[in-house]
Design a protein around this ligand. Structure first.
Ligand SMILES: Nc1ncnc2c1ncn2[C@@H]1O[C@H](COP(=O)(O)OP(=O)(O)OP(=O)(O)O)[C@@H](O)[C@H]1O
Ligand SMILES: [Mg+2]
Length: 358
């Protein structure tokens, strides 16, 4: 009987196509919270994705296919994200009470005011945020636009990997969604909760500052774990694959900690400091309540502690799964290790539980 009243929504896999790997996340929602049903990470061939652009669609498709097999998930529908310089987001105001179709028509007509690309090359999406402070009878609408090619390459890669794309998101929104799970563990100050999330990936470091759960600033820099991998390759004569593995599993010569890892950690602290300075210069803020480290490089032992000591701000490694239960398909210690790199995949999987989103 229950199913008559509680319509079961189809769940979506979160698929994060990043520059070094593809990542899969399947979540389900139980009465006492979320459960990780399945997850996996599969490396990508070198240069298959460069700075968020898919260069080698077959390579990505093949990796997705392996990823799905590895995860043992049965779901076939997925959400993916676009990001980077090709994505434009903008908050606009519209008359309240319009139907979705009326809004869509009006946005199509007015879009050339907001979007600096030829409209036939652009995919547009919008979301009504709520009543606007800018006037009675107005609603704030969040507009997201991106080159159609960017979306299509992701959809095609998924299809090659045996999945169907059901939702295309923007990375910043996925991050925001995953971040909501971390809020209960954080203590706000008088002017709300201001958190700097620093995603240190392989090639990119993205600073996102959120105030009360909403993104107020983002900035990307070319910096990441690649620097450390390259230093290991150079110093110990290893291939990229060997160096990548050694970073995670250890077994490097004795001088590694002091001669290679420590200077890299110092460089991370410098990057975080500099990114924050850019934020402070561009905003009325001169402090954040917390720094959360995300991205694979955040897993380096002792890094959060070092950032905390040098910058003087409470710093933690982001783990959106801390209060979730796990299915027996999921290895708990692997998940804890990979957690900071899975923020985007997690935020994408969470779209399954947002009504009317797809
Ligand atoms: N336990 C670990 N210790 C040190 N480095 C790690 C560990 N786990 C992963 N990494 C590093 O994290 C990086 C990958 O992180 P992540 O998956 O966030 O990157 P990405 O999203 O693919 O890259 P980008 O954000 O640049 O597109 C690699 O440099 C990898 O070597
Ligand atoms: Mg990344």
């Amino acid at each position: 009987m229950a199913s008559l009243f509680k319509k079961k929504q189809k769940r979506l896999l979160g698929i994060d196509i990043s520059s070094t790997s593809v990542k899969l996340m399947e979540l389900s929602q139980l009465s006492n919270g979320y459960r990780v049903e399945a997850y996996a990470v599969e490396p990508l061939p070198e240069n298959a994705v460069v700075e968020k652009n898919i260069n080698d669609i077959e390579g990505v498709g093949e990796a997705i296919s392996k990823l799905v097999t590895k995860s043992r998930s049965k779901l076939k529908q997925a959400a993916v994200a676009v990001s980077g310089s090709s994505v434009i987001t903008k908050s606009i105001q519209m008359t309240s009470g319009l139907s979705d179709e009326e809004m869509e028509n009006q946005i199509q007509v007015e879009a050339d005011q907001y979007i600096p690309y030829p409209l036939d090359e652009v995919a547009i999406d919008f979301d009504v945020v709520g009543p606007s402070e800018k006037g009675d009878g107005l609603v704030d609408v969040l507009l997201a636009a991106c080159r159609r090619e960017n979306v299509e390459l992701r959809e095609d890669a998924l299809e090659l990997g045996g999945l169907e794309s059901r939702a295309v998101d923007v990375e910043a929104f996925s991050l925001e969604r995953a971040f909501q799970l971390l809020i209960p563990e954080l203590e706000p100050s008088e002017d709300g909760l201001t958190v700097a999330v620093v995603d240190i990936g392989h090639t990119m470091t993205t600073l996102s500052v959120l105030n009360d759960g909403k993104t107020i600033y983002t900035r990307e820099q070319l910096f990441g774990g690649k620097q450390l991998t390259e230093e290991i390759m150079r110093r110990y004569g290893m291939t990229q694959a060997e160096a990548g593995l050694a970073k995670k599993q250890g077994g490097l010569p004795d001088d590694y900690a002091s001669e290679v890892l420590e200077p890299f950690k110092e460089a991370v602290v410098q990057q975080v400091t500099r990114s924050l300075q850019f934020f402070f210069a561009a905003s009325p803020y001169n402090d954040v309540d917390y720094i959360l480290l995300a991205g694979g490089t955040a897993s380096i032992p002792g890094l959060a502690q070092m950032v905390k000591e040098k910058i003087g701000t409470n710093t933690m490694v982001a783990n959106p799964f801390a209060s979730m239960t796990l299915s027996n398909k999921v290895n708990a210690s692997n998940l804890t290790n990979d957690a900071p790199a899975l923020m985007i995949a997690c935020g994408l999987a969470l779209r399954s539980f947002e009504r009317g989103k797809y």
